[in-house]
Write a protein that binds this ligand. Sequence first.
Ligand code: SAJ
Length: 414
Amino acid sequence: MKYQTVSMIGLGYIGLPTATVIASRGIKVIGVDVSQHAVDTINRGQIHIVEPDLDGLVHHVVNEGLLVAQTTPAEADAFMIAVPTPFTEGNKPDLSYIEAAGKAIAPFLKKGNLVILESTSPVGATEKLAAWLAEARPDLSFPQQNGESADVQLAYCPERVLPGHVLRELVENDRIVGGMTQRAAEMAADLYSIFVKGECLLTDSRTAEMAKLTENSFRDVNIAFANELSIICDKLSINPWELIKLANRHPRVNILQPGPGVGGHCIAVDPWFIVDSAPEEARMIRTAREVNDFKPHYIVAQAVNAASKFKAPVIACLGLAFKANIDDLRESPSVGIVAELAEKGIGRILAVEPHVSSLPNKLLGKVELVDTQTAIDQADIVILLVDHKHFNRIRPEKLQRCVVIDTRGFWSAS
Ligand code: SAJ
């Protein structure tokens, strides 16, 4: 076995499942995270994130001594970096976590090591990481100076897993493996072949970086098309869900679904990395972001209009998560909509989110968290924000006395 010890830097939504799956194949994995809480939780065989079936697997590999978590790195045969790459105020990528991860592992690098960057990154980030490592370790050679025969090789291999299906997709999805050199790509493909059943597609690091951004921008542009259509349909009194269902019967048309806006940590962020790299050229990608970012405000305007017809309206907002059947409220357009409604002071706001037991800070003290039944019984206006399966229990006749704003086509589609 070429890789006896692998180190994963960043034990979040991607790093922890990846580290765990590698460990489950009998490889010793050293997980590193700056959060003492995350490290302690993992070392107890528990998890600090939500992902189906991950807890059992973490428990198993920790018990077997195959996964250990710590706050500082140690020597390994390969280092994988899966840390956040947020954007700053002006929609510019913030690479400080990658830089910090590079500086943290630099003292532990040795000849023959492979470093893989998995974090979603702007084009050129892997080369920047190589430069930071070279600066920290002048005694070792890196690909920019020594190409194929560098002491330490670097590759960019984006994760492409869907939250909620991470353990299956980590294994089954094809993997883009972008080496700074051909040798780096081959070394990385060897590592992924330990657990990936999909195909490893070899390319260079810049193409791999762009591929990840392209996939999420493709989805963003297509959702923007659906969101724009839904607004046009409102103006023309057409049911957008019926329209899309009909248009999708064309053999070469496949329109996505309109919603209250685009949330999550990827699709609403990654297109900005392309816009930042090519601001003049990325016109459609920028516009798609703007269309999707506008949609929550459009929903708020619809609610304000509906509320103006009541003296003291009670507004029930169904769902706070960023998409259906998950408990993740971060970067959720629904939370933004509810917060904006609360700020406007247009009525009493009831929020329903069956997957959480408390409100996010942004809504605390401004909104009441209630169950579905209470919300429907009291509401004058019902805004369906997330198409959770849970809401199937609402009997449509109960909604007849309410104004319904159905942002997902939950009822309006049929
Ligand atoms: N959404 C719509 N209409 C749709 C589809 C989605 O409004 O037709 C909204 C969702 O409600 C949600 C947002 O878009 O608010 C994003 O949800 P998603 O299911 O499209 O994607 P994510 O963010 O959960 O995961 C995406 C995936 N990327 C692609 O499908 C191209 C996943 O494969 C990536 O690994 C992940 O981003 C990531 O980490 O980059």
